[in-house]
Design a protein around this ligand. Structure first.
Ligand code: NDP
Ligand code: CA
Length: 313
């Protein structure tokens, strides 16, 4: 099995938090919707038993809980009520926003639409407010959604805004352009609700770092966002965050990101990030598999919140 147990991140560890700074761990993961994984993706090298929900649900929960994150951001969630129950007894509360016309609902044996979910540990964070958005492309609603949650860290009383999303999939010039428009809409949505707070924007962006949406998200002036995995790796994104074999061949891409505000009073500090599984850990069938329940790998990052300028009285 590929991952080191919580609380220490085994690899890509970079920095220590300033004395007294509040720290937290975030896990970002496209968990692979059960309906899509079994009836749409055509993972030809994955043993069918590894795709059974009776197997995958335990492996997904195990991976989340092993890392003991304080915030969990998930995409392709088509069994939200199960996550709510299981993570609920582990001390988390969550929110869910389904896609308006999820492809899952057209597939056999589906369990409803897939969407984005966010969970937070209630002993660490208190919910301040939450908003959701159907992302717009040239002012027209698309089939992609974003969930934005503002949390208050209980020890420091520092507030943090977290936005999670799953941008439009598929290749081609038009789709590249659509994703870029969704990225612009995402930033507007963030700015509408962030009010200068430190923020994290994470999700499956379905875009390699060379795509325009990556530059849109990381190079716009307001807010200034950096990618956590690039920060801990001398400015380089990992070579892949998903690696799979479908009927039409093998694909290996870096599509999933944890972006964070990096400037001024809203600057978060990245303390470490967990490396993705190596080729030898994945085996010839790549992912999903018995050891990796999704075709995407989980991103796990430790952050320090910026200190408040004055005591919270
Ligand atoms: P997207 O194009 O964003 O993709 C939906 C899902 O398909 C994503 O979760 C994506 O996963 C996955 N996916 C990406 N590439 C492939 C692939 N090569 N093979 C299998 N699955 C893949 O979809 P939208 O939400 O915009 O919805 C549109 C899609 O929904 C249409 O393409 C259609 O297939 C389906 N649909 C079907 C309907 C019907 O049957 N009547 C009605 C409405 C929609 P990831 O992000 O991990 O790559
Ligand atoms: Ca998928």
């Amino acid at each position: 099995y590929r991952r080191a147990p919580a609380p220490s991140l085994a690899t890509l560890h970079t920095a220590s938090a300033a004395a007294g700074a509040a720290t937290f761990r975030l896990l970002q993961w496209n968990i692979l919707a059960q309906a899509l994984g079994t009836h749409a993706d055509n993972f030809v090298k994955c043993p069918p038993e590894a795709l059974h929900w009776s197997t995958r649900r335990f492996r997904i929960m195990e991976e989340i809980l092993t890392h003991s994150p304080d915030i969990v951001c998930l995409q392709e969630v088509d069994h939200y009520s199960l996550f709510e129950r299981v993570l609920g007894v582990q001390g988390y509360e969550g929110l869910f926003i389904p896609k308006p016309d999820s492809p899952c609902i057209y597939l056999p044996e589906n369990s409803g639409p897939d969407g984005c979910a966010l969970f937070y540990r209630t002993s660490k964070f208190q919910l301040v407010e939450h908003h959701s958005r159907i992302l717009e492309i040239w002012r027209v609603q698309s089939n992609q959604v974003a969930l934005l949650v503002t949390l208050r860290e209980l020890q420091s009383q520092r507030e943090l805004t977290v936005l999670t999303t799953h941008l439009k999939a598929r290749k081609g010039a038009l789709l590249t352009s659509l994703r870029n428009e969704q990225g612009k809409d995402l930033l507007q949505f963030l700015e509408q609700h962030r009010h200068g707070r430190p923020a994290i924007v994470c999700g499956d962006m379905n875009a390699e770092p060379v795509e325009p949406v990556y530059a849109t998200l990381t190079q716009s002036h307001q807010p200034s966002l950096s990618s956590a995995y690039a920060t801990v790796n001398d400015g380089h994104e990992p070579p892949y965050s998903t690696w799979k074999i479908r009927g039409d061949g093998e694909t290996k891409h870096n599509l999933d990101y944890v972006l964070y505000t990096d400037e001024g009073s809203s600057a978060l500090q990245v303390l470490g990030a967990l490396d993705h599984p190596k080729e030898e850990d994945l085996g010839p069938g790549r992912a999903p598999s018995f050891s990796c329940p999704s075709d995407h790998f989980s991103l796990v990052c430790d952050f320090a919140l910026p200190p408040l300028k004055r005591p919270p009285f």
